[in-house]
Design a protein around this ligand. Structure first.
Ligand SMILES: C[S@@+](CC[C@H](N)C(=O)[O-])C[C@H]1O[C@@H](n2cnc3c(N)ncnc32)[C@H](O)[C@@H]1O
Length: 221
């Protein structure tokens, strides 16, 4: 039988690469803000975030492929993060960390220009609440505060409405659209990095016969 939630929460306390500060701790000054590479990863490599990482498959998958870059998966659900933590620990991946927090608070944890890429993988589409969509203008404004000027945002989704909503937001806010496809696996460009890792949700949607949509863009500065 799988481990229960409470057992996962207990085990989470033991992982050296999981950060789960309280809000009060975060607002009083998160010590790694602006220091992730130097102080935690002990290198000068760039930082890539996966937002709403769930079990952290993208974080772990990219970390395996790019050992000289640093990857941080962020989610509010500790029991899901446990899976990514377990895999990263078993595989002794030194370039992976996880942060348990709400994405609304992300600017408390990263300094301006600290992040070079953001992956948003299969976010909840939030059809009724625009303010909860991870590609809505208030979230993009948060991301802008920590992304480098040449940084990129990647969105992978099965949801047609969220795909179109994000394209419209990019256009109306004058961000720079770099790539988009409403059927990733029909796209013949085999060099597309985005095809190299599939998350749990992605596989589930593919098994159900859904197409995967992908957008890559840069934020206007
Ligand atoms: C549908 S799941 C996708 C998980 C993973 N990216 C994948 O593709 O398998 C969405 C995840 O986003 C997280 N999430 C949604 N909104 C969030 C927020 N505002 N802050 C932190 N996590 C959030 C949820 O907890 C959930 O794990």
């Amino acid at each position: 039988m799988g481990k229960g939630k409470l057992a996962k929460f207990e085990e989470n306390k033991l992982f050296a690469n999981l950060f789960q500060p309280t809000y009060v701790e975060a607002v009083s000054g998160f010590p790694l803000k602006g220091q992730w590479a130097q102080t935690f990863f002990h290198n000068t490599a760039d930082i890539v975030l996966e937002l709403g990482c769930g079990k952290g498959e993208y974080t772990v998958g990219l970390a395996r492929k790019y050992p000289y870059r640093n990857f941080i998966g962020i989610d509010i659900k500790g029991a899901r993060l446990w899976r990514g933590l377990k895999t990263a620990t078993n595989e002794q991946l030194p370039n992976v960390a996880f942060l348990r927090t709400r994405i609304h608070n992300i600017t408390l944890f990263f300094a301006p220009n600290e992040v070079s890429e953001l992956w948003i993988t299969f976010p909840d589409p939030q059809p009724k609440k625009e303010t909860k969509r991870l590609t809505s203008p208030p979230f993009l404004a948060h991301y802008k505060q920590l992304l480098r000027k040449d940084g990129r945002v990647h969105l992978k989704t099965d949801d047609t409405d969220l795909y179109h909503y994000t394209l419209e937001t990019i256009q109306s806010e004058h961000h720079r659209l770099l790539l988009h496809t409403d059927d990733l696996y029909k796209n013949e460009d085999e060099t597309l990095e985005v095809k190299s890792v599939r998350t749990y949700y992605e596989q589930m949607w593919l098994d159900m016969g859904k197409t995967i949509k992908y957008i890559q863009f840069q934020l206007a500065h």
